[in-house]
Design a protein around this ligand. Structure first.
Ligand code: MSP
Length: 529
């Protein structure tokens, strides 16, 4: 049973200089699956996502497009980023924009506190800056350019030239926090996950930390530094604070206490901001550090990180228009070990769609509903005496559900899906072996036929509940087909942590017709994308 504990999960807030691609959608889906899981398990869940709208990158894009940064951000949020959430069925509880007043005002409050407490000072700075990353680059991420950038220093991530910036800035005394951060990683080994990410962060901090430049004065698209309005707050310092300004920091203490600390999901390229700078900022402000920071891998296309700037960006709608949102969600959560890089390919997507969703799960659902309709006039029969094979199905359902919940607890979404798929495979094997169509020919086997179909239908009930966080559309249709809403309530209200307990499906309910959950996809439609 749920203990009703708080589960606050965040995605990074996305830059609005460009349109979303499947890399962004990937984080959104992962966060959404975890949020839906916890919500359905009864935890006090909050899913936050949003957009990162200040800084030089957005300013330059807006200027290049002949508009103001705010007008540009409004357009991109309205036309691209909010619609993305619908395209892939994200159940976010809030959407924060860094241009929201609730954010700007409380960023200033936070900064003022750090300034008053002596964690901020004025200094001079000269270093190489990458506008793509919005970061002064460490030596390890500066490489020699090739091709058109031959002879220049470029960013290892964006392969674009770096800019030498020399400014008077305000600095955050981050160097003071190296020891406390190292103790944090030591005392809470799961603070940074996965293990590889943790190791990287620990060795980075062991080399010692420099103070961080947190203001800019050469442009003005940002939040003004409260005690010196000729400066705006560094875009990362501003952006990280979204995680607390969205849940009441500085404004609503009760809400803040209820939600914070968060679980942060981020791509591994922005891990250091979240696992080093962010906890140091929080420590300076006397606030609790996050619950954990999980760095997921990259979606690779042609062996490289998929990105718009390298022209390998794929829009989520290119996939959902053909395969649908459920298949999008399932594919990325199943095919890639969460935490590692994964290559995207149309062939793999099409093959998994057909084998796992259409033939594996969809077909199972259609067959069971069709047999209950044909052999029992659509009324779920009661089970008679269970035999060994039936008890085995029950055991698979019970252990798979428990394993899936444990996997979600460690953010291993791929393992959770693999566990749940043991039920799909078990039920398909069970039906093939038990041959209900043969039992149906023999009146003396009527009770046995009832037991087999009850077992299959109850297995489907468990599958609908367990898969609803991942494929909410198809499972809603299955729930409707099982005809149990009246007896058991809405699918999303089914308790997840006891989904594997046998016998919840009441016998005697009437099933409804079920159209193919994952219709066959024309190979030509795939080739045309
Ligand atoms: N605005 C910052 C985050 C601020 S959070 C306080 C930012 N935005 S971003 O739009 O550039 O990237 C957002 C996320 O998308 C990052 O977590 C990044 O890792 C992720 N991805 C971008 N390309 C990706 C792939 N090819 N694959 C997987 N994730 C990718 O950084």
């Amino acid at each position: 049973m749920s203990d009703g504990s708080s589960f606050y999960i965040t995605t990074p807030i996305f830059y609005v200089n460009d349109v979303p691609h499947i890399g962004h959608a990937y984080t959104e889906v992962a966060a959404d699956v975890l949020a839906r899981w916890h919500r359905q398990a009864g935890d006090d869940t909050w899913l936050l996502t949003g957009t990162d709208e200040h800084g030089q990158k957005i300013l330059r894009t807006a200027t290049a497009n002949g508009t103001t940064p705010k007008a540009w951000a409004d357009k991109l949020v309205g036309e691209e980023w909010l619609p993305l959430l619908k395209t892939i069925d994200i159940s976010n509880d809030d959407f924060i924009r860094t241009t929201d007043e609730r954010h700007e005002v409380n960023v200033q409050k936070f900064l003022q506190k750090l300034y008053d407490d002596g964690y901020i000072y004025a200094g001079e700075y000269e270093a190489l800056y990458c506008v793509g990353c919005e970061e002064f680059k460490p030596q390890s991420e500066i490489v020699d350019g090739t091709g058109e950038y031959e002879g220049q220093k470029v960013c290892a991530i964006h392969s674009k030239p770096l800019e030498l910036l020399q400014e008077k800035n305000y600095f955050f005394r981050m160097s003071q926090f190296a020891d406390r951060l190292l103790s944090l990683y030591e005392e809470r080994p799961d603070f940074v996950q996965p293990e590889s990410a943790r190791n990287e962060v620990v060795s980075f901090v062991r080399q010692g930390l420099s103070d961080l430049s947190i203001s800019r004065s050469s442009f003005d698209w940002g939040i003004k530094v409260p005690w010196d309005e000729s400066h705006v707050v560094y875009v990362w310092f501003d952006a990280l604070l979204n995680y607390i300004t969205a849940v009441g920091y500085g404004q609503d203490d009760e809400e803040f206490a209820r939600r914070w600390p968060a679980n942060h999901l981020v791509g591994k390229d922005i891990l250091r901001f979240h696992a080093v700078i962010w906890p140091a900022m929080l420590m300076a402000a006397g606030l609790e550090v996050p619950k954990r920071v999980f760095g997921h891998g990259w979606l690779l296309v042609g062996g490289e990180k998929m990105s718009k700037s390298k022209l390998t960006g794929i829009a989520p709608t290119q996939i959902t228009d053909t395969f649908g949102s459920d298949a999008f969600r399932y594919y990325f959560m199943r095919a890639i070990n969460f935490g590692q890089d994964g290559s995207f390919s149309w062939e793999d997507l099409a093959a998994r769609y057909q084998a796992e969703l259409a033939n594996g799960f969809g077909n199972l659902a259609s067959r069971v509903i069709a047999m209950v309709t044909r052999y029992f006039e659509g009324i779920v029969p009661p089970a008679g005496e269970y035999q060994e094979v039936d008890l085995h199905v029950q055991e698979v359902v019970r252990t798979a559900a428990a394993d899936a919940d444990a996997a979600i607890g460690r953010l291993a979404i791929h393992d959770a899906l693999a566990a749940i798929w043991r039920i799909v495979d078990e039920l398909n094997g069970y039906i093939t072996e038990q041959e209900p169509w043969t039992l149906a020919k023999d009146e003396a086997q009527r009770e046995r036929l009832g037991t087999v179909l009850y077992t299959a239908a109850e297995g489907l009930r468990a599958l609908a509940v367990l898969l609803s966080p991942v494929i909410p559309g198809a499972t809603a249709k299955l729930w409707e087909a099982l005809g149990v809403e009246g007896e058991l309530g809405a699918l999303t209200a089914q308790p997840l942590r006891t989904a594997g307990d046998w016998g919840r499906l009441p016998a005697g309910t009437e099933v409804n017709g079920l159209a193919a959950l994952f219709p066959r996809i024309d190979a030509e439609a795939v080739a045309a994308v």
